[in-house]
Design a protein around this ligand. Structure first.
Ligand SMILES: *Cc1c(COP(=O)(O)O)cnc(C)c1O
Ligand code: SF4
Length: 449
């Protein structure tokens, strides 16, 4: 308890120091890496985004455990994150002193082969208003609109597994962004089914509070009667808890209070990948400050090899979150993009990790759901293996669906111990499709008519 009561002095946010491929060799601890490790960072960071900061370096990474330390793997590119042929190709270009254009062209080619926009989010979920595509919004599930404020499309550090990686490397034409909140407000007015706006990114908390407030206050001023909740998806508690301290932090907390005063719920959807992120005095102070505004903190993370593929890590995270007053919310399966091969955990193993961790926490932490895949039909949770009349199956269920009627209906895939994603699963019992997939025969019949 004393940890919570003795509050550290707020650290002004101007002490934030970012490190990228250009200056990471200045980090004193990096001198402990071998030259081969530093070269691997140089090569991989040509393709995948790399950014870390002084809080992660000094307070989260255990430098005695490098290179396998999970916090190190979470931020620092590793050789295995590129396929061997891609790594060799980039390394050869760099070693031969190839011109920048050639390096960039090769990097773009490799990126395009890494499924930069999984789950069809580019095609399916961008809404329209009077025929105009609102490219800074996503509306997949009726009750929630995702909003990508244009100056919130970066983060305090980059996760090496991130499925939003294309927007950090400036892949042309593939960035989500919307400058105008007025379009968002008009869209919300037109859609009474929407109860939640979820600010996301990148990390909307990288924005200065006055910029974020310009968006939020416009929504509050519009007094949209069906809106109950404003959510902020953020990794700032993990990567820069000082965001909630100092002058700008106080203004952010005041913004949360304004939302509450307008009668809306504030949910901070916090991204924590490892229990160590909950261990510093700064993060504990930040959670406490958020909760004092009446806002709630809910937590989520993917399960990933080399980072947290261990029931003890999840048990400790969920227990610690409950102790700090945060609500465990989702365990995700790492998405099928970027360095997926490096992080992937078979679905059966992900379920085992969930199963073993869940049984060691009280009901207060069993608010968590998963392991869940965010794929084209919706969020598909793995409920676990079962045997039905002698056939091994995997039981699945949609937690969210493009069609809400699909949600909570158990369905079955043929048991597959290796499958790491939905597209590798086949329906059980010799069926030809999952219940939410279109029936090709019915479509043919419709065409014949
Ligand atoms: C996960 C997700 C949401 C939010 O879903 P909740 O279950 O309400 O947290 C909204 N939109 C998209 C596209 C999502 O993937
Ligand atoms: S903080 Fe979130 S958006 Fe940013 S790199 Fe990590 S996972 Fe991606």
């Amino acid at each position: 308890m004393t940890q919570l009561l003795t509050r550290p002095a707020p650290v002004p946010s101007d002490r934030y120091q970012a490190y990228t491929s250009h200056n990471y060799r200045d980090i004193p601890q990096v001198r402990r890496l071998s030259e081969a490790q530093r070269r691997a960072i140089d090569v991989v960071s040509q393709v995948l985004p790399f950014k870390t900061n002084n809080y992660v370096i000094d307070q989260l990474i255990d430098w005695d455990a490098v290179p396998t330390d999970p916090m190190f793997v979470l931020n620092f590119p590793q050789e295995g994150m590129l396929r061997p042929a891609d790594f060799a190709r980039m390394a050869a270009l760099i070693d031969s002193g190839a011109p920048r254009d050639a390096v960039r062209a090769a990097a773009d080619e490799i990126r395009l082969s890494l499924n930069p926009h999984p789950a069809g989010q580019m095609e399916h979920n961008v809404p329209e208003l009077d025929g105009v595509r609102l490219s800074g919004l996503q509306h997949k599930y009726p009750e929630t609109v995702l909003f990508f404020p244009s100056n919130g499309q970066t983060c305090h550090a980059y996760c090496t597994f991130c499925f939003r990686w294309p927007q950090f490397v400036g892949m042309d034409g593939l960035q989500f962004a919307m400058r105008e909140v007025s379009l968002l407000v008009a869209y919300l007015r037109r859609h009474p089914e929407v109860t939640n706006v979820l600010f996301t990114g990148g990390d909307p908390m990288v924005m200065r509070t006055d910029r974020l407030a310009a968006y939020v206050d416009a929504i509050l001023e519009a007094r949209i009667p069906h809106l109950t909740t404003i959510r902020f998806g953020t990794k700032s508690l993990g990567y820069w808890p000082y965001r909630f301290m100092g002058e700008d932090g106080e203004q952010l907390l005041a913004l949360f209070r304004r939302i509450r005063a307008a009668g809306l719920h504030v949910a901070v959807m916090a991204h924590f990948n490892h229990p160590r992120e909950l261990s510093t005095p700064a993060v504990r102070e930040a959670i406490e400050r958020i909760r004092e505004t009446g806002a709630q903190v809910r937590t989520q993370s993917p399960v990933m090899r080399n980072i947290n593929d261990d029931p003890a890590a999840w048990r400790d995270m969920w227990r610690e979150q409950v102790r700090l007053g945060a609500i465990p919310y989702y365990m995700f399966v790492a998405r099928d993009t970027g360095a997926k091969h490096y992080f992937e955990v078979p679905l059966v193993r992900a379920w085992e990790i969930f199963h073993q961790a869940y049984q060691q926490v009280s009901g207060l932490a069993r608010t968590v759901r998963g392991p869940s895949m965010s794929c084209e039909p919706g969020k598909v949770a793995v409920l676990g293996p079962a045997t039905v009349r002698g056939e091994r199956v995997l039981t699945l269920m949609l937690l969210q669906g493009r069609n809400p009627d699909w949600v909570t209906r158990p369905f079955f895939a043929a048991y597959d111990e290796q499958a790491t994603w939905m597209d590798e699963l086949r329906p059980a019992f010799g069926e030809t499709r999952f219940f939410f997939e279109p029936d090709p025969q019915a479509e043919d019949a419709a065409l014949d008519e």
